[in-house]
Design a protein around this ligand. Structure first.
Ligand code: BGC
Length: 681
């Protein structure tokens, strides 16, 4: 190839593609956004719908919903189905999954991402990547790295110590590369320790391509390239962006000139082309590439299964759930979120959903034949991510007339189900949320309806933590759902009626107050002078709350069920271990209740008398198990002693602290049922 031909492959030639080479028969490389499903087609060179009639797709549950299933198996099916849809839409790369750590509950993209915990994050990321790539479509893991806020996202410098990077922010990327074999990675917009991620020598050359042996291609986020020579020499392979003229981009004519001037070697250019070809060989040029399929019943079933396993039962004090449908004549369904759809909204990627079942439709289709289902909207979410502060404030003023109407409907119904939370306009890429409050006057609506009808159930639909402290205090029954995809309403109705036992577990901590969470407690969000100092180090999420002994509103890993489980008899295969050895543990899980259900058994490890500032406890293994009433299942959970290592900032390497460790088996991070002690030499 001539230098010109090579360089033509290193930058976008449209919004979602980069050039191949006609002379050599190298096809164009096409990509499209996830992670919610294959994005609707946009025009080739302009942001704006292409207005096709053939670009509808399955809307899959959002990232935190998938994380709440705690099911790598579902993550695989998610990826596989999305890969099939990508093929049907002729896309070679899906820009998914996205799994930056939930450092602050306010991050606008929390709903797209998975969790605050690096281990849960990694398990899901690996399976998701494997699922997508099983279809000969490349996953593009994003955003590498430390993209934890949207405020000043193009220019904020995240200052993070190496220990926190290695222990919290990088593990899922490492796993997705080493175990998931991801073919493509997207660099983040922000800077990490003074260098933009798209030209970050440490992240891209040293860690990703050096230590982890990443063979694939690094693409920039859209418009996230900031130089020619630095980016080219520090590990970026493909520049992507939003506007032409494409030949004026950093990785176009200026790169040619830089090679000619000897500032970037042709060997470096060859390496980039080789990486891009490697992705092409695995995707569009792969010999046994499947056909792909879109909007199939199987994909709907996958979306349904994820949604139904993601729903978290937060409170069921009066056992109102599952609904005793035989004894109910009328249900008041209240709240805009019962009729809202979530496939699109806000800034960023959405899906032109082939269909999306709302909560009201789900309830009507499941119960409408025998029960009178009435609806009142309760509030109107007049909100856009780019509204002025004044407009946003106005959107949160309760609408008394709508509340009165809701109260009237609630009063005359046997039970009321109030749907609140947020939507895709309120939680959006490019903007962090202003606070943890419920928007749109929802609290007032809840209070009024609850006063009118004591049999009130609250369903929150959202993608990130909110302050539901008053609801937890005053309401008996709370269900948490998500932007749950095409089948969201059906899955929710099936959980409410008990066809599905709720088995979702929170993938992040709900703080009782914003200032309890680490970045806020330390005043480092969003930072100042475009610098966010990650002073909390490794104490992110429950690691912070547990170590500092702060009670959250709902802890990491929390979620109830309609049935009861009993964990017992935790055993380890030995008492004394050396580094490199595997620790095998077993315990019994009995279903002592009336419903078949799935429990997520969670194994945390805690260093006794740590001298290395280790967090109070850390998740090291988990498994989701189905048990029928009266039955007992033996659960085996393993980890390696090396997984107990911390990263020593001075030695720049992983070190296992010797001594005693407690193994804590439980059903949430704060509900530990069984403990064992092991010794590491
Ligand atoms: C987002 C990416 C996305 C890209 C292309 C950017 O604004 O950060 O996640 O893949 O746009 O739509």
């Amino acid at each position: 190839m001539t230098l010109k031909e090579k360089i033509a492959m290193l930058h976008g030639n449209s919004l979602f593609s980069s050039a191949g080479d006609e002379r050599l028969g190298i096809p164009e490389l096409t990509c499209d956004d996830g992670p919610l499903g294959v994005r609707e087609e946009v025009q080739r060179n302009v942001w704006g719908a292409a207005n096709w009639t053939t670009d509808s797709a399955t809307f899959f549950p959002n990232g935190s919903a998938l994380a709440a299933t705690w099911s790598p198996a579902l993550a695989y099916r998610f990826g596989e189905a999305m890969g099939q849809e990508a093929l049907a839409r002729k896309k070679n790369i899906m820009l998914a999954p996205a799994f930056n750590i939930c450092r602050t509950p306010l991050c606008g993209r929390t709903y797209e991402y998975f969790s605050e915990d690096p281990y849960l994050n990694a398990q899901l990321a690996v399976s998701d990547v494997k699922g997508i790539q099983s279809q000969h479509v490349s996953a593009c893991i994003k955003h590498f790295a430390v993209n934890n806020q949207e405020t000043w996202r193009d220019s904020v410098n995240a200052v993070v110590d190496e220990r926190a990077l290695r222990e919290i922010y990088l593990p899922a990327f490492k796993a997705a590369v080493e175990q998931g074999h991801a073919w493509t990675l997207m660099s983040a917009y922000n800077l990490v320790n003074g260098e933009h991620c798209s030209e970050n020598e440490f992240l891209l050359n040293k860690v990703l391509k050096g230590e982890w042996g990443f063979k694939g291609m690094v693409m920039s986020d859209w418009g996230g390239t900031h130089s020619t020579v630095n980016a080219a020499n520090n590990g970026l392979d493909l520049e992507m962006g939003s506007q032409g003229p494409y030949d004026k981009w950093y990785f176009a004519d200026p790169l040619y000139d830089a090679v000619k001037a000897g500032k970037v070697s042709e060997k470096t250019i060859d390496d980039k082309v080789r990486r891009i070809l490697w992705v092409i060989y695995h995707t569009s040029l792969s010999a046994d590439r499947p056909q792909g399929s879109i909007n199939t019943p199987e994909h709907s079933k996958t979306a349904y299964d994820i949604a139904s396993e993601s729903i978290v039962l937060l409170k069921n004090q009066k056992n109102m759930l599952p609904l005793n449908t035989a004894g109910i004549k009328s249900i008041a369904v209240i709240g805009d979120n019962a009729i809202h759809t979530f496939a699109s909204g806000g800034f960023g990627a959405g899906v032109k959903a082939r269909y999306e079942v709302t909560a009201l439709q789900g309830i009507r289709s499941r119960l409408g034949k025998t029960i009178d289902i009435r609806f009142a909207q309760g509030y109107k979410p007049d909100y856009k991510f780019n509204y002025t502060a004044q407009q946003k404030a106005a959107a949160n003023i309760p609408n008394q007339q709508m509340i009165n109407d809701a109260v009237t409907v609630a009063k005359s119904s046997d039970i009321a189900i109030v749907f609140i939370g947020s939507n895709r306009d309120y939680e959006s890429e490019s903007k962090d949320r202003p606070n943890l409050q419920l928007p749109f006057g929802e609290q007032q609506l809840v209070d009024a309806v609850t006063a009118a009808n004591p049999n009130t159930i609250i369903v929150v639909i959202a993608g990130a933590p909110y302050d539901i402290g008053d609801i937890k205090k005053n309401n008996s029954t709370i269900v948490w759902s998500w932007f749950n995809g095409s089948e969201g309403g059906n899955a929710l109705a099936d959980v409410l009626t008990g066809k599905i036992d709720p088995s979702g577990k929170l993938p992040f901590t709900f703080p009782a107050a914003l200032n309890d969470s680490p970045a806020h407690a330390l005043g480092t969000f969003p930072g100042s002078n475009l610098t966010a100092d990650y002073k909390e180090g490794i104490l992110v999420g429950y690691r912070w709350f547990d170590t500092k002994k702060i009670d959250p509103l709902y802890c990491f890993g929390y979620g109830l069920s309609y049935t009861n489980f009993k964990l017992s008899s935790l055993k380890t295969d030995k008492k004394d271990y050396k580094t490199g050895e595997s620790v095998s543990t077993w315990l019994n899980l009995k279903n002592t209740g009336k419903y078949a259900g799935k429990e997520v058994v969670q194994l945390y490890v805690s260093k006794v008398d740590t001298k290395e500032d280790q967090p109070e406890k850390q998740l090291k293994a988990f498994k989701k198990i189905l048990v029928t009433p009266g039955d007992t299942k033996q659960v085996a959970l393993n980890f390696n002693v090396n997984d107990l290592a911390y990263f020593d900032d001075n030695l720049h390497k992983w070190v296992v602290e010797p001594g005693e460790y407690k193994i804590l088996a439980g059903v949430s991070s704060r509900d530990i049922k069984e403990t064992a002690v092991i010794n590491v030499n």
